[in-house]
Design a protein around this ligand. Structure first.
Ligand code: NAP
Length: 434
């Protein structure tokens, strides 16, 4: 008669602000728009999130994979979460809630599942990703895969965090675009000395720029893809390289000072840098012999393509390489990073297609135009199950590239929607666009 009223228990989805690198992947992925952000944090709206897990596998850091058992009427609001610098400690559910949950079948089920799931699968445990993030079923709300290719090597992630970053030393910093152009793009080499920083091509790292933001808080980390292969910028050395464009204007063309890009481009040899990571467990290259790569990039999105190409170049004599096909977009030849070294690669090693959009006297061309022009070869590779496709660079290219791949596929009577699903399910189509 005096039995307590059932109290609803919620498995609240939270993002760890100490690990999140603010890459926007979760917000883009969420099929119900439950994720939003302000200048401080990415947060999950408890009134909208349905726990579908679509956002979990694509998150490069695992910061997305945090859950708390909460009384629904005490759930952390979006406003609460915007103010966090770290996740709040877990609270024990009141005795009555446990009793009530036991009396309510749905809540009891949720509580039982949640007890195992509360905490982080990936982010709490530095090391090789084995948790929920990699085990969850692929969700096709993103244009690309949320799983790596079957033969990818296992990546290490989150070995170094905001609270415990690694100090790297700058051993090289030079410009890789024409000095007379607006595109000031630098190749920056960081050395880790004796400390471990194992990486794979396609992974990224975070740089913590010194100083504070307008609110007096330390700057958030900025994410950069590796431009060097797993065995180092110089083979056998404990170093890696980044491709960084000095940001002097925002996407709308208004003057803007990129905090981290300017910091990095101005570094001198022997300066030290705070690094976190590595990040990323899906945008990884296949590891099996005769795997083909189609690489599609614009500007500094060429960083992971340089890493993968160099991985293949270093084993050119093994006979294990599949075919490499590169579509690379830049404004002009002189603004295309690594133009000189790229042009020295043997033509029978890599099929290079340059799309220049502002080369005087030439028609404007984008990577998707060249994909159409090379339809025959692209189709042949697309239909080969040993082929993986990587797209990196400007966000705007995503739609154009997908349209071009669809056209190329349909020209041979194939159904793109079926092939697209296969490519995603098999971890063979990957996007990293900003
Ligand atoms: P950018 O110089 O502005 O553009 C490169 C080329 O892409 C230009 O030819 C540009 O043509 C063309 N382009 C513009 N819109 C396009 C579209 N819708 N489809 C196809 N091509 C298009 O490039 P950027 O400044 O280097 O930017 C590269 C992007 O890569 C940035 O968003 C960056 O955040 C991202 N990224 C960087 C890294 C890294 O590690 N540094 C890693 C991953 C991604 P127009 O002449 O029309 O402008």
């Amino acid at each position: 008669m005096n039995a307590p009223l059932p109290v609803e228990v919620l498995k609240q989805h939270l993002i760890d602000p100490e690990i999140c690198i603010r890459c926007n992947t979760c917000e883009e992925t969420c099929p119900v728009d439950a994720i939003t952000h302000d200048s401080n944090n990415y947060v999950v709206d408890p009134d909208i999130c349905n726990g579908c897990m679509a956002c979990v596998p694509p998150c490069p850091t695992g910061s997305i994979d945090n859950w708390r058992l909460m009384l629904r009427n005490e759930a952390y609001s979006v406003q609460d979460q915007f103010g966090w610098e770290e996740l709040p400690k877990e609270k024990a559910l009141p005795e009555t809630a446990a009793v009530d949950a036991g009396g309510d079948a749905a809540a009891a089920d949720a509580a039982a599942v949640d007890t195992a799931a509360v905490g982080t699968a990936a982010a709490d445990a530095p090391g090789v990703m084995t948790g929920a993030a990699s085990a969850a079923a692929p969700a096709f709300s993103l244009p690309g895969a949320s799983v790596p290719p079957w033969s990818a090597a296992h990546p290490y992630v989150n070995l170094y965090t905001h609270k415990a970053p690694m100090t790297a030393t700058v051993v090289g910093n030079y410009r890789v675009t024409g000095a007379d152009t607006e595109s000031d793009i630098h190749h920056i080499v960081l050395d880790f000395g004796e400390l471990p920083f194992p990486v794979l091509e396609g992974q990224s790292i975070g740089i913590l720029p010194p100083g504070v933001d307008a609110q007096g808080r330390p700057h958030h980390a900025r994410q950069y893809s590796l431009a060097s292969p797993r065995d180092g910028e110089r083979a056998g050395y404990n170093n890696l390289s980044l491709t960084v464009k000095r940001v002097t204007e925002d996407h709308g063309g208004a003057a803007a000072h990129g905090v981290c890009s300017n910091y990095l481009c101005d570094l001198a040899k022997n300066d030290t840098v705070q690094v976190i990571g590595p990040f990323g467990h899906t945008f990884l290259m296949p590891n099996h012999p005769r795997a083909n790569l189609i690489m599609i990039c614009t500007g500094t999105g060429s960083a992971p393509m340089r890493a993968m190409t160099e991985r293949y170049r270093r084993r050119i004599d093994t006979g294990d390489n599949g075919r490499l096909m590169l579509f690379f977009g830049a404004r002009t030849e002189r603004e295309l990073p690594y133009f000189g070294p790229l042009m020295k690669l043997p033509r029978d090693f890599i099929d290079i297609n340059l799309a220049l959009s502002r080369e005087p006297g030439q028609p404007k061309r984008y990577v998707q135009d060249l994909i159409r022009e090379r339809a025959g070869q692209v189709r042949e590779l697309l239909l080969d199950r040993n082929t993986c496709i990587y797209v990196c660079g400007l966000k705007g290219m995503e739609v154009g590239v997908l349209d071009a791949l669809r056209e190329v596929t349909m020209q041979s009577g194939q159904d793109w929607s079926i092939l697209h699903d296969v490519l995603r399910r098999e971890g063979r189509l990957h996007f990293e666009t900003y």
